[in-house]
Design a protein around this ligand. Structure first.
Ligand SMILES: Nc1nc2c(ncn2[C@@H]2O[C@H](COP(=O)(O)OP(=O)(O)OP(=O)(O)O)[C@@H](O)[C@H]2O)c(=O)[nH]1
Ligand SMILES: [Mg+2]
Length: 295
């Protein structure tokens, strides 16, 4: 039975939510990738609110749980993104896709080209580390009809981003989407690399009111709680603008997004649910909570 089916079965046909039910719900939340402490806290809040609102029936409890989950996500606010069409005053922007190995950075960079087609995006092959990464991005570029700016393997990622920004300016493009290397950065190396990219980004935009830089962390939903640990390292190092949860199509539960919102005030920006270019959507908290609880 899938996770959402279990949640549905849990609430279906129960007349009252008592001690035993709250305990079972805590276990279910943990199974849904909540941390144990958080799951316990949410169950406690649910118990309190059910008492206060005099609703111990399962329908009432489910509605209250949905409200608690929505409030948890709201703590993170809304992730910074770009409007789908550039306004006249929208500065040249760069989106950096960060994350550990294999989470879906390159695929997501390509998907974002379709979301922001109105910007006539340029892809920057800033993963100069993994053999084959540049060719992989070039293949996406060919399929999408998007220009890919690349240097040689082993080159400086910041220099690639700089050249991509120059190419974008020359082409009348308003957005650079940069694929980065997926090695597990030490915090220091990550900070240094991104500082350098930030520096060249600001230089590239000098005289044009600067460049808007957005840092997104790609997280693989199937890694469960490990995603929270990854987010903590990256967010502490570089202050992320949002998270992109990938592979939500593969039996993943997504409870980590509640942890990221609750613990780090880090919001989700996009969800990816497949390997096709169109398998990406802006994060919608209402819909996400509905999906999580099978409402
Ligand atoms: N099912 C599913 N697969 C995905 C999704 N996003 C990416 N993938 C797959 O995950 C694998 C890794 O994707 P990449 O985009 O190469 O990941 P990456 O983070 O760039 O990997 P490295 O460059 O090696 O660090 C590929 O097989 C993708 O097709 C998704 O939303 N759903
Ligand atoms: Mg990659």
């Amino acid at each position: 039975m899938g996770f959402t089916d279990k949640i549905k079965a849990f609430f279906a046909g129960k007349k009252a939510i008592g001690e035993a039910e709250l305990e079972a719900l805590t276990d279910l939340l943990v199974e849904g990738d909540f941390g144990a402490g958080e799951a316990y806290r949410i169950a406690e809040m649910l118990e309190e609110r059910c008492k206060k609102e005099k609703r111990a029936d399962s329908e009432g409890a489910k509605a209250i749980l949905a409200a608690i989950l929505r409030e948890t996500l709201a703590k993170a606010g809304t992730a910074k993104t770009l409007p789908r069409s550039p306004a006249a005053e929208t500065p040249l922007s760069v989106m950096l896709l960060l994350g550990v190995n294999g989470v879906g950075k390159t695929t997501t960079a390509a998907k974002l080209c379709t979301c922001y087609a109105a910007y006539r995006p340029v892809l920057a092959a800033a993963d100069t580390f993994r053999a084959g990464a540049i060719d992989q991005l070039k293949r996406h570029g060919e399929r999408l009809g998007v220009r890919v700016v690349a240097h040689k393997s082993g080159g400086d990622p910041a220099a690639v981003v700089f050249d991509a920004l120059k190419a974008a300016e020359a082409d009348g493009s308003r957005l650079v989407i940069a694929d980065t290397a997926g090695r597990m950065h030490t915090k220091k190396a990550l900070v240094e690399e991104l500082k350098k990219i930030d520096r060249v980004t600001q230089n590239a935009g000098a005289g044009n009111g600067g460049v808007c830089s957005l840092k997104y962390l790609a997280l693989d939903a199937t890694t469960g709680r490990n995603a929270v640990a990854q987010a903590e390292v990256f967010h502490e190092a570089v202050r992320l603008d949002g998270v992109i949860l990938t592979k939500t199509d593969s039996m993943a539960k997504g409870g980590v997004l509640f942890s990221l919102a609750g613990q780090f005030a880090l919001p989700a920006a996009f969800l990816c649910n497949g390997e096709r270019y169109e398998d990406i959507a802006a994060f919608d908290p209402e819909q996400f909570v509905g999906g999580f609880l099978g409402i």
